[in-house]
Design a protein around this ligand. Structure first.
Ligand SMILES: [Fe+2]
Length: 314
């Protein structure tokens, strides 16, 4: 059975991609941003997932105002980087996982979430920037990726609650896939930012930090945030945060916060990042780190009783 082993959220600021592509990551301004992802890259290398589901939004690269699906699942074998105006980013072609993607499409659609199926799709910075932040800049991405594009650029985007429930349906789909695969889910975009109009440059760290707190502890509270509240508190483009709730819905109700990073600004955006793992896994890790056995004392005593009974019977 496949299972979801972690959820990751990260902003996907295009200027972060440009800093990587133009080799400016060591400049003090950018080092502040990239240093916050060093531990995450180590964590990801150790976690070594078999598949990543990356929830992101397309920025008029694969879609346009002429046609924009609310939820679009990438079922292709590969997804080339899109030309966003300066030529495609110099990143590897993203390899897909058509079998798991098709399984998710079937399961989720039968659960009444009407996804658009994309058998050909280019992916832009919304997907590739978080990949760089977590996987670095390898010659080939270390695992297949299933892109899930969400419309947050043309009104009306899906509600926070709808996104959270879709995450739950995705989890059910993954857990009904027969092959043993360890899957991570990315939620990308955000945090607070507004790129145009009189409020351009808006950043609301108080809102962002409360969102991060509740993402771990009380995600249901976040599902009640309306579009208007997102836009008022986090700026027009802050609505991207609904995508984080797809990731969160795909996890257990109770999770362990493995890592968090927040910095302001990157370009004109607040950068937020969090890694969440199921509680039992994190608890197991803690016990191992403390040199304790994972077997509860009660089980150990029972095993000892069985052993001595076997010895006596010989
Ligand atoms: Fe974006």
């Amino acid at each position: 059975m496949a299972r979801i082993v972690a959820g990751i959220s990260s902003s996907h600021v295009p200027a972060i991609g440009a800093a990587i592509d133009n080799k400016r990551t060591e400049e003090p301004y950018w080092k502040r941003v990239f240093s916050g992802f060093e531990k995450s890259k180590e964590w990801m290398a150790k976690t070594n997932p078999d598949v990543a589901i990356v929830v992101y939004n397309d920025h008029a690269s694969a879609f346009s105002v002429e046609m924009i699906p609310t939820f679009a699942l990438g079922c292709a074998a590969e997804f080339p980087p899109a030309d966003e105006g300066w030529g495609p980013r110099p990143v590897p072609v993203v390899k897909g996982h058509p079998e798991l993607a098709s399984h998710i499409a079937q399961s989720v659609i039968l659960d009444e979430f009407d996804l658009t199926i994309c058998n050909k799709m280019e992916v832009d910075h919304g997907l590739t920037v978080p990949m760089n932040l977590l996987f670095g800049s390898p010659k080939a991405w270390p695992c297949p990726v299933i892109p899930l594009a969400v419309n947050v650029v043309l009104y009306p985007p899906p509600t926070a609650h709808r996104c959270y429930m879709l995450g739950k349906a995705i989890r059910k789909a993954v857990e009904s896939y027969p092959e043993h695969l360890r899957v991570v889910v990315f939620g990308t975009g955000g945090m607070s930012h507004q790129i145009s109009g009189p409020r351009a440059g808006l950043i609301n760290s108080k809102f962002d930090k409360a969102f991060l707190d509740n993402l771990t502890k009380d995600p249901k509270k976040l599902t009640r945030i309306s579009h208007l509240e997102f836009m008022r508190e986090a700026g027009a483009e802050g609505i991207e945060m609904v995508m984080w709730l797809i990731m969160r819905g795909a996890l257990d109700d109770q999770v362990e916060e493995t890592y968090r990073f927040y910095t302001v600004p990157a370009s004109n955006t607040a950068v937020g990042h969090i890694i969440l793992e199921p509680k039992r896994r994190a608890a197991g890790k803690t016990q191992r780190a403390a040199g304790k056995s994972k077997r509860p004392a009660k089980l150990k005593r029972a095993a000892a009783r069985v052993k001595s009974a076997v010895r006596r019977s010989k």
